[in-house]
Write a protein that binds this ligand. Structure first.
Ligand code: ARG
Length: 466
């Protein structure tokens, strides 16, 4: 076998790999993006090998120098891949061995690609997860900023997409804020569980060599090392969790996106999107479309597919490493990429959108919006709620059937009377939402404070230094 055509495991093999095998099993096209993590892992591994005497300090210096050179080549785009580089790990090791000679050939001492790839992926998710939290946080800042800015503007709150009770626009925006806050929580929690270094597990069983996995774990900033080598190379829970958290975030973006789509229709007319965050039609000159919101909504389906595919890959695997696990990367990268692009697009869309609060308020001021308040007025007079509900329900039905204004019927309803008419005045119903966490001005003011406190907590987690 020519040296070029030799895979890293050539010793056991008399024949070079078939082309179809290479084409099918090669993961380089997608795992190249683990290069930085692979190099970081190798640096820590080499330092550990020198510490325990499996490499001399001189050898370690040569290999570390080669790793730095590879890093530069990767950054400059001059790194030359060869056909036998079946993944990023083999590519880097081959180049390090070319550069560092016999010392380079010691790089893989006590290590397998099985613990190596598990490590790389943890480093990747740790970094990218943080970045996603940052983006979620920025979107939440926009939501809080807009909520503060729109003051006491209100709109109909809906159930079943039917007008139900008016709420402040700020309340509506902040509802989305809390969903994203839970996503941040989920990331923090998932990253805490991910904080385990698998390096030192070897292929599956550890090693006869005096490796020091605790040292590597600490050098790479992990809280601890693995407890069980089989689990260390098999575990992809952290990948599944990351994809799930991204998927749920995307679902939150999708639901927000659906509202933007509705609100920006002429029928609703609650929001106008900025040109920079809208798209036009190639044929219909008058169109201005909410494509960001639609793609945010549509992409949720794609992420659900990523998650379902990954879970299906994992479900039947025996311990420990199986090549099926190579299939963890594409769904992971895809989910984090798509969600990572959707977040700033939606943040920009929301930051620049113009709310038509007059239209919102006009939609909320229909007398029927106050029906619950009328019933509650009766409750305050001692009427059992069921009875009050029936009384007001009957008034609303008569109003529709007879085509008269609800006001007229309330005025002559002996249990309600003229004093109740104030409840039907524009803007009064939303003022009635006074309970904690409710949609009126008083509780929303408290909620805004809570949301700001929450942002401060998140910011402290993102930048512990400041
Ligand atoms: N490219 C492989 C993956 O992503 C690396 C591990 C290969 N290990 C093995 N024993 N073939 O999972």
């Amino acid at each position: 076998m020519s040296r070029e055509a030799r895979p890293l495991w050539h010793g056991r093999f008399a024949e070079p790999p078939a082309e179809a095998l290479t084409a099918f099993t090669n993961s380089l096209p997608f795992d190249r993006r683990l290069a930085a993590d692979d190099l970081a892992g190798s640096r820590a591994h080499v330092a550990m090998l020198a510490r325990v005497g499996l490499m001399t300090d001189e050898e370690a210096a040569v290999v570390t120098g080669a790793l730095e050179r590879v890093e530069r080549e990767m950054a400059e785009g001059t790194f030359a891949f060869v056909p036998t580089d079946e993944d990023i790990h083999t590519a880097i090791e081959r180049r390090v061995t070319d550069l560092a000679g016999p010392a380079g050939a010691k790089l893989h001492t006590g290590r397998s690609r099985n613990d190596q790839v598990a490590l790389d992926l943890r480093l990747y998710v740790r970094r990218e997860g943080r970045e996603l939290v940052r983006r979620v946080h920025e979107l939440q800042e926009v939501l809080v900023g807009r909520a503060a800015e729109v003051g006491d503007a209100y709109l109909p709150g809906y159930t079943h997409l039917q007008r139900a009770q008016p709420v402040l626009l700020a309340h509506h925006l902040l509802a989305h804020f809390w969903a994203f806050a839970r996503d941040v929580d989920r990331w923090v929690d998932a990253l805490r569980r991910l904080d385990v270094s698998p390096l030192g597990a070897g292929a599956l069983a550890g090693s006869s060599l005096p490796l020091d996995p605790d040292h590597v774990a600490a050098a790479l900033g992990f809280g601890r090392r693995f407890e069980n080598s089989l689990d260390a190379v098999s575990d992809r829970d952290f990948v599944a969790e990351a994809v799930f958290v991204a998927t749920l975030t995307q679902i939150h973006l999708s639901r927000l996106g659906e509202e933007i789509v509705l609100w920006s229709t002429e029928e609703f007319g609650f929001v106008r999107l900025a040109d920079a965050y809208s798209t036009g039609s190639s044929m219909l000159p008058q169109k201005k479309n909410p494509d960001i919101a639609e793609l945010a909504r549509g992409s949720a389906g794609r992420l659900i597919g990523d998650l379902a595919g990954l879970l299906a890959t994992l479900k039947g695997l025996p311990l420990s490493y199986n090549r099926d696990l190579q299939g963890d990367k594409e769904p992971l990268f895809d989910a984090l990429d798509v969600c990572g692009r959707a977040l700033p697009a939606m943040a920009g869309l929301l930051a620049t959108a113009e709310f038509d609060t007059e239209r919102m308020q006009a939609a909320a001021d229909g007398a029927a919006s106050a029906a619950t308040d009328l019933a509650e007025r009766l409750v305050q007079q001692g009427v059992p709620f069921r009875e009050a509900h029936a009384t007001v329900g009957a008034l609303v039905r008569q109003a529709y059937e007879r085509g008269v204004a609800l006001e007229e019927l309330v005025r002559v309803e002996p249990t309600l009377g003229v004093e109740a008419l104030e409840l039907l005045e524009p803007g009064v119903a939303v003022q009635q939402r006074t309970t904690p966490g409710g949609g009126g001005p008083l509780p929303v003011q408290h909620q805004l404070d809570a949301a700001r406190a929450r942002l401060a907590e998140q910011a402290a987690w993102l930048d512990p230094e400041t």
